[in-house]
Design a binder for this molecule. Structure first.
Ligand SMILES: [Zn+2]
Length: 395
């Protein structure tokens, strides 16, 4: 440091630094090779971490080198990694703050524009991502995420073992997933995928069969249960319209209760459901069928599970529940993929946990127009603390 200025009134500190004479190892920022010829000396102004309560700006002397390969180029300095007017440690502090607070708050804290905070955070995450070891993809999850009216759907590929999203694709077609296999994985990486957890929708499973034929396709329990919930709701609505008077009033407003798992309800809520069941046997039957479908994934082996499913379907006879007849057909059509769970026990809760985290980020951050930013943010979240959320959801 060869000069400094302190402004007590505006609480700013300005420092001028240059390297020591003996420190002459100069590297090209373009290719990373050592250069000896200096083209010119330039001064860069970067914001650094504050010193006490003083906002600190550092004026640093950098060399522009004459690189034999790149021509005139600025030298590479670790403390000032990019063209942005911030030091690396300042960016690290902003990025770290962004891990636990919304960009708007961090902007206020550091007195920066919100867009600047996002840009810094993105660079922080890119640096982290470049340096980390990426886990191999053995258990793969595919899900879709609704982004909003404009972009609508995004296909989310995730690593179920590590609980992190791996890739986002625009849209949710077979071609979308094809693009992932083609552009993101080598032939060897594709061949090492052991299992893939997808919903019972043909687009994704077709793509998996084509690109990773050795993998076991397992249908996601969560999506199956969503279908079951939809069936319960259809029964509820049909009964609601069929009934009149006070009975109708009992059915009314019970939608949420009927879609909840019995074990998750308080005693009071269970009583409310029991009251409903007492006057409507059909809704009770639908609810019990939904509840017992869960047992399909709790059998000791594949054979028992197959038996369980056929018994479950057997209970539909004489029930006049068309919504469940439809569901039964869907399950029979996809029976192999359902029972594949016993060949590859994927962690079902992880897909939903990842999806939940993405929704959380979206609701917190508003402007994730940049999908790359959303992906990195979610990956970082997974690497630091999401494991906890994933486990809790799976349990
Ligand atoms: Zn170079």
């Amino acid at each position: 440091m060869y000069r400094h200025e302190v402004d007590e009134k505006s609480k700013t500190l300005r420092l001028w630094v240059r390297r020591k004479r003996g420190n002459q190892r100069i590297v090209c920022s373009g290719c990373g090779q050592r250069c000896h010829e200096i083209h010119e000396v330039v001064q860069r102004e970067v914001r650094d971490l504050p010193c006490l309560e003083y906002r600190t700006t550092v004026f640093v002397e950098l060399y522009r080198v004459k690189c034999p390969d790149c021509g005139p180029k600025i030298e590479k300095v670790d403390q000032v990694p990019g063209k942005a007017p911030f030091s690396k440690r300042f960016e690290e502090a902003v990025g770290l703050a962004c891990e636990s607070a919304a960009a708007r708050r961090v902007a206020w804290q550091f007195r920066l524009a919100e867009s600047t905070v996002r840009a810094i955070d993105l660079r922080y995450l890119e640096r982290w991502n470049r340096e980390r070891r990426k886990p191999a993809l053995k258990q793969m999850g595919v899900d879709e995420l609704f982004l909003g009216k404009r972009v609508t759907f995004v296909t989310v590929v995730s690593n179920l073992e590590h609980g992190e999203p791996v890739w986002f694709g625009q849209d949710r077609k077979q071609e979308t997933l094809d693009e992932f296999f083609r552009t993101q994985l080598s032939r060897g990486q594709r061949s090492r995928i052991e299992s893939v957890c997808v919903d019972m929708w043909t687009a994704f499973s077709n793509s998996v069969r084509e690109w990773a034929p050795q993998s076991v396709i397992v249908y996601d329990k969560f999506h199956v249960m969503q279908h079951a919930n939809k069936a319960v709701d259809e029964v509820r609505r049909a009964e609601f319209f069929r009934r009149g008077g006070w009975r109708r009033a009992v059915v009314k407003g019970k939608r949420w209760l009927l879609l909840s798992r019995w074990v998750n309800l308080s005693e009071n809520k269970q009583q409310q459901l029991n009251k409903l069941f007492a006057i409507n046997r059909r809704i009770m039957k639908a609810y019990l069928l939904k509840e017992s479908l869960d047992g399909l994934w709790m059998q000791p082996n594949e054979e028992k599970a197959r038996e369980y499913l056929w018994n479950w379907i057997g209970q539909l006879r004489w029930q006049r529940l068309p919504a469940f007849q439809k569901l039964a057909h869907l399950l029979v059509d996809h029976i192999e993929g359902l029972l594949n769970y016993y060949k590859a026990k994927v962690r079902f809760g992880v897909v939903e946990a990842i999806n939940g985290n993405l929704r959380l980020l979206l609701s917190r951050g508003r402007g994730y127009k940049n999908l790359r930013y959303l992906l990195l943010k979610a990956q970082r979240m997974a690497a630091t603390k999401t494991e906890f959320v994933a486990m809790r959801k799976a349990a």
